[in-house]
Design a protein around this ligand. Sequence first.
Ligand code: NDP
Length: 343
Amino acid sequence: TKFLLTGGSGFIAAHILEQLLEAGHTVVTTVRSEPKAAPIRKAHANDISSGKLEVFIVPDINAPGAFDNVVKSPNIELVLHTASPFHYKFSDPQTELLDPAINGTTSILRAVTASCPTVKRVVITSSFASIINDTYITDPNFTFSEKDWNPITPDQIYTSKANAYRASKTFAEMSAWKFVEEEKPGWDLATICPPLVFGPLAHHIDSLLEVNTSNERIVGLAEGHWKENGIPPTAVYFWVDVRDVAKAHIQATLVSEAGGKRFLVTAGYFCHDDMVEAVGKEFPSLKEKLPQVGTENGVLPPADKICKVDNERATKVLGIDWIGIGKSTVDTVKSLDKVDKLI
Ligand code: NDP
């Protein structure tokens, strides 16, 4: 089966790419620049030479017709759109976050609809950011699931960087469902909504300063910043391992029942003390860099001050057997240690 995967240089996408190639699929992937393409070509040299993998440069997903060239690749059947900015290093949320998130999404959907009659399904990487509603975060009687939409409004994008990111994901996902409703294309849509994603790196980075946003906190932990400066606030108490996120994307393209559905892809609760304890147990050399456990930012809020989450649809329809936070943290630290010595 031939897949189109956008943003192949990303943390999550690199795992999707690895799993697709391992399963024997053919992949066309897009990246922003030649320096992003080179490590992918090197890591998958055999697949490049056998024609199983093609890497296209799409410099700006926000440009009109950005994907028009790549969709000329013949016989694409399944599309995975992961490319979207996830960082807080922007000055203008509209042009740097929302525009590429939303226009990137509508642009790939338009290009696929116009030029790829063989496409059967499109899966988009959305986020728990498009589900979360701050009103219910501390409500023990509220369970978040795929039925929920973040009620964020465009005027809130300037209130905080987190709100800008959440808005970018919410509006991008909404624009995809709206496209399907209005255009009635010959393919169906599924969206993957993960909360915080941790896990080992399958993409290339030159230094830990370039680590993806969600793994930054594990770098901070392993480098001793949590001990020096205190454990940072958790912000979101739900998480998932990147290998499960990748599997969820692929299953969502392949399982017929997944069509037309959103998937809240999460292993459930985690707290920062879970990470501290896993690192302490596995890496004796890091013990002296670890903070004390049992402090406010290390533990979950009391049961009567925290909402719940429902991962039943992803567990059943996509068949995910969730990786635990201990293994995920340990595997992440080992992987980060290969970029810059940590252990
Ligand atoms: P990364 O930053 O590693 O990946 C982001 C990907 O999008 C990269 O391929 C990046 O390209 C590309 N990208 C970002 N901005 C642009 C732009 N303006 N134009 C073109 N390409 C762009 O993070 P993740 O792998 O974590 O993110 C992948 C997806 O998963 C995103 O849609 C994100 O919103 C979503 N997500 C992530 C979560 C997490 O906790 N990690 C949780 C929920 C959702 P480049 O490599 O060149 O920077």
